[in-house]
Design a protein around this ligand. Structure first.
Ligand code: SF4
Length: 228
């Protein structure tokens, strides 16, 4: 894949940063037409469920997590329910999920943190969320953006890849990418932008075979591989 404009590196060039900022509304407009219902694929009814699912979804498909969720949340309705059961029982209940033993421990620690630090309520800021054991910025942003509808840049592998290809960041570390994207994207567009890039990375700007000929933001992307 060739890069057409610059080298995808913003550095601290204020002019380039400004030019990138100007691309954002157009990128959102184009992708919204393609994905009018862009959202997380995980299915949840509240922030607690999304937090649990986000932990289960690491190195696992959203589809499998959604399937498990249908029964899981009949038994586990609160952090207290997760803490109360013996570890081996929780392991058994989530055993259809990759790395279920490690994830069962993570769930227990996280739910204990929810109770101890936040009285059982899922907090509404990334800074608070990341005080919970096992919760990083990606998960925290996913929950505050997905469940509360608050501004959130969710840097999963799709958002990382697509934003790098477009040329919005040259960083490789997800947290650094998040902060660079925050500089470019107005607060009220961040969550929508994250959902759109997530969808785009899963369907058109895929890891191995980006379909640039079908991509509506080719003229806004540093890595478009078709000649305009
Ligand atoms: S699919 Fe679109 S976003 Fe991805 S590299 Fe090609 S033109 Fe860029």
């Amino acid at each position: 894949m060739v890069q057409r404009k610059g080298k995808g590196s913003r550095g601290k060039d204020p002019q380039r940063t400004e030019n990138l900022r100007k691309r954002i509304p157009k990128i959102i407009e184009e992708l919204e037409q393609l994905y009018p219902d862009a959202r997380l694929e995980l299915e949840y009814e509240n922030a607690f469920q999304l937090l649990i699912e986000a932990i289960l979804a690491a190195q696992e498909s959203d589809k499998k997590v959604n399937h498990l969720a249908k029964t899981l949340f009949k038994k586990y309705r609160s952090p207290e329910d997760v803490v109360r059961v013996p570890l081996d029982e929780l392991e058994k209940d989530i055993s259809s999920i990759n790395f279920y033993r490690r994830k069962a421990k993570l769930l227990k620690n996280c739910c204990q943190g929810l109770i101890d630090i936040f009285g059982g309520e899922v907090p509404r800021t990334v800074e608070e969320m990341t005080k919970l054991p096992g919760v990083g910025r990606k998960t925290a942003n996913m929950v505050i953006g997905g469940a509360y509808g608050l501004p959130a840049i969710i840097v999963d592998r799709h958002v990382m890849r697509v934003s790098q290809r477009i040329g919005l960041t040259s960083q490789k570390d997800p947290d650094k990418i998040e902060f660079e994207l925050m500089e470019l994207i107005p607060e009220d567009m961040r969550t929508k932008f994250s959902f759109l890039l997530l969808n785009h990375g899963k369907t058109i700007c895929t890891a191995r075979d980006p379909k640039c000929s079908e991509c509506p933001i080719c003229d806004l992307c540093d890595s478009c591989n078709i000649k305009l």
